[in-house]
Design a protein around this ligand. Structure first.
Ligand code: MD6
Ligand code: FE
Length: 203
């Protein structure tokens, strides 16, 4: 059913176990420099249940002041670590866009974490897709149309799956209903990691 949304391309099992483990090792090294943060909602200051960090020249942050992209980690003040080459290769192969991404948002879901319906709309360049890579426990991903409150459908995102949201799907509402614990043994303590690659500025 989800295959009917134009511009949405699903690549289940794109990364084999060895590639997933390699990517996880790269992320473990990166989070030493750029530890996960608990973002809060603009204005209300309500915390997200998902923890976040970033890789790349720009990282997405949310605090009481709003949502924005910035070149440094808000707590350490250091630049975000670089996007690993194997992640750039996924973008180059599947993204269908001639310039590399500037941002790789890393979301970490522990038991009970979820993400409400939202649109990725803080970028200047919607011509570029968003490429999403999932690791660890399977998540129930929900996607609707460009208007809030319309019909939605769900898709299971499992470890190693890659989802590309381009074209008409680029500005569709989407979110994570829940993560199914015990569905993957990639992360020893369980949970799920999702990477979303974005082009922020016009090239
Ligand atoms: C997640 N993903 O999978 C959250 N955004 O944890 C997203 O918010 C997302 O998967 C844009 C495009 C693809 C995505
Ligand atoms: Fe998103």
């Amino acid at each position: 059913m989800v295959g009917m949304i134009s511009g949405l391309k699903f690549h289940p099992g794109y990364l084999d176990l060895a590639a997933q483990q390699k990517l996880l090792a790269e992320l473990r090294a990166a989070v030493i420099t750029a530890p996960f943060l608990t973002p809060v909602m603009p204005r209300t200051g309500r915390p997200f249940t998902v923890r976040m960090t970033n890789l790349g020249t720009l990282g997405w942050v949310s605090d009481r002041g709003g949502y924005r992209y910035q070149p440094t980690h808000p707590e350490t003040g250091k630049p975000w670590p670089p996007i690993p080459e194997m992640v750039l290769e996924i973008w180059r192969k599947l993204g269908g866009y001639p310039h590399d991404p500037e941002a790789c948002l890393v979301n970490f879901y522990r038991q009970g974490a979820k993400m409400g319906l939202h649109r990725d709309a803080d970028e200047e360049d919607f011509a570029a897709p968003v490429v999403s890579i999932s690791l660890g426990d399977t998540a129930i991903f929900r996607i609707g149309g460009e208007e809030r409150g319309g019909k939605t459908e769900t898709l299971k995102l499992s470890s190693g799956d890659v989802l590309v949201m381009g074209g008409a799907a680029r500005l569709c509402y989407h979110g994570i209903d829940r993560v199914l614990s015990g569905t993957s043994s990639l992360l020893k303590e369980g949970g799920r990691i999702n990477l979303t690659l974005r082009r922020v500025r016009k090239p």
